[in-house]
Design a protein around this ligand. Sequence first.
Ligand code: ZN
Length: 56
Amino acid sequence: MKRFYCTVCQKFKRVRQMPANVTTPNAPKPEDRKGQCKWHAGAGYTRNTLHAKVGA
Ligand SMILES: [Zn+2]
């Protein structure tokens, strides 16, 4: 599991895969890995995932 800080939830999230919108996914400290979890990431993460399923 990986951890990052969701700027929308304003708390740390544990995910199996880091969302694409996390700017520095390899930063040593979780507080430096800021992004949005997939629940709010609309344009990036979620839509791509949906598209992959629907388009097939
Ligand atoms: Zn969130």
